[in-house]
Design a binder for this molecule. Structure first.
Ligand code: ATP
Ligand code: MG
Length: 427
């Protein structure tokens, strides 16, 4: 019978890879904790309406990328394509935004029906950071500096550029959209297909086009910043001054508009040249209108989402994982003459009770002395504890170094085993 395979664009994360993900996730969580951001968890499935109303009907995600299906009761549900809308929904539902500020983060799978390629999957993972209730540029700066610290701690900052822009208010964008439309209409035939479609629905999104010919045509287009209100420009300048004061470099990119409808004022992306076309590792901005749009009270908000797969690819490409990330077990325990298995399992448990921080592997499944030694070697453990019958009869076990020939093999009393192992592992 033919074997059942995984769904295209939905990857398994195999044991060789998971320590790297754990390293990344724990590093990010530690930094977020130091900024006093709190983790929030919400479901993977939400009502379709939530995403239509937040992300915007005329966006790639809602138009063609959502995994939407009818529940058994006929209600339309969608596998979350991003986390911000879900986060706002959960906060509103539980009154977290009422007369208070929030600094939140989440991490988990997102789903988009896209063409799978390097750094672009159908199930991918995001780390999201969202802050609510703070309107000034200081929190924009904080959120950006959190992401900057990620790259520094992970040792990859040199290969990432912070792109920054302001897209002003919805009024500013409407006026700019009209000017852009007037400029692009006569050039319609030279635009890529998607951009031609966007002319009628959402001309600003054309700035985001990856098509080189469209990008070339945009060279002489009206400049977005000429349409930004004084207040919004002031916010942006203050943000830039804060980043300058913290030594955080950035590039202002007036074409950066982001692909989701809810953004206003500040938008930013972290971009690398190391991953080919999928070079945006992290993206975010301010979304002051979203909470109200979803039925809550007007609440200022700013956040970002980082693509975990792209981050792991970047670390892989730059060989930036610390050597300790693929750590091997400390101790391999075998009792080659013990047919009952009782001696082995109780010895291993005793070691674990006494040395809870030590990684200990039991040689389950029996086998000859030779095959057990082979397994000890393959495990990569630093030390083997060998409980042969001859030693056990005298209340002893053998401790053997598996990697360092200069450490002599020794026979120790069972009562002194923990102490011996502790001393050996501390070296
Ligand atoms: P792109 O322009 O690459 O399609 P996007 O603007 O759709 O990205 P966002 O919705 O802002 O992306 O998501 C934030 C981050 O999540 C992206 O910068 C990227 O790192 C990651 N991401 C988005 N879509 C995917 C995907 N299909 N596969 C893997 N990572 C993704
Ligand atoms: Mg996309």
């Amino acid at each position: 019978m033919a074997k059942i395979t995984a769904i295209r664009g939905m990857n398994d994360n195999l044991p060789a890879q998971t320590p790297r993900w754990q390293y990344l996730e724990s590093t990010l969580a530690r930094i977020l904790n130091s900024y006093n951001y709190q983790e929030i968890r919400f479901p993977i499935l939400e009502r379709t309406e939530l995403f239509k109303r937040s992300i915007g009907e005329v966006t790639d995600i809602v138009e063609k990328e959502m995994y939407t299906f009818d529940d058994r009761n006929g209600e339309s549900l969608t596998l979350r394509p991003e986390g911000t809308a879900c986060c706002v929904r959960a906060c509103e539902e539980h009154g977290l935004l009422y007369n208070q500020t929030q600094r939140l983060w989440y991490m988990g799978p997102m789903f988009r029906y896209e063409r799978p390629q390097k750094g672009r999957l159908r199930q991918f993972h995001q780390l999201g950071v969202e802050s609510f209730g703070m309107a000034g540029p200081d929190i924009d700066a904080e959120v950006i500096l959190v992401s900057a610290r990620f790259w520094r701690e992970l040792g990859v900052s040199e290969h990432l550029t912070l792109q920054l822009n302001t897209i002003g208010t919805s009024e500013n964008r409407r006026e700019y959209g009209q000017a852009l439309l007037a400029y692009l209409l006569p050039l319609k035939d030279q635009l890529d297909g998607d951009s031609q479609r966007r002319l009628g629905s959402n001309p600003l999104r054309i700035l985001d086009s990856k098509d080189p010919q469209t990008q070339a045509l945009l060279e002489n287009a009206p400049a977005l910043h000429d349409f930004i209100s004084d207040e919004s420009m002031q916010h942006f300048k203050q943000l830039c001054a804060m980043l300058d004061a913290c030594g955080q470099s950035y590039v202002i990119n007036q074409r950066l508009v982001r692909g989701l409808d809810y953004y206003c004022h500040t938008v930013f992306e972290w971009v690398t040249d190391q991953l080919g076309a999928q070079g945006t590792v992290c993206a975010g901005g301010r979304y002051d209108g979203l909470v109200e749009q979803l039925g809550g009270r007007s609440t200022p908000a700013v956040g970002f989402a980082m693509g975990i797969e792209r981050a792991t690819l970047l670390l892989e490409t730059l060989d930036a994982y610390p050597a300790t990330v693929d750590a091997q077990p400390d101790i391999f325990v075998m009792a080659p003459d013990d047919k009952s298995g009782i001696e082995l399992i109780s010895l291993v448990e005793a070691i674990r009770n006494g040395l809870p921080n030590v990684q200990c592997v039991a040689c389950c499944g029996g086998g000859s002395f030779k095959s057990q030694m082979k397994r000890a070697d393959k495990s990569g453990a630093r030390f083997a504890v060998i409980a042969g019958q001859r030693e056990l009869d005298q209340g002893c076990v053998v401790v053997k170094s598996m990697r360092d020939a200069s450490i002599e093999q020794r026979t120790v009393k069972k009562t002194e085993l923990l102490e011996t192992l502790q001393a050996l592992l501390a070296d």
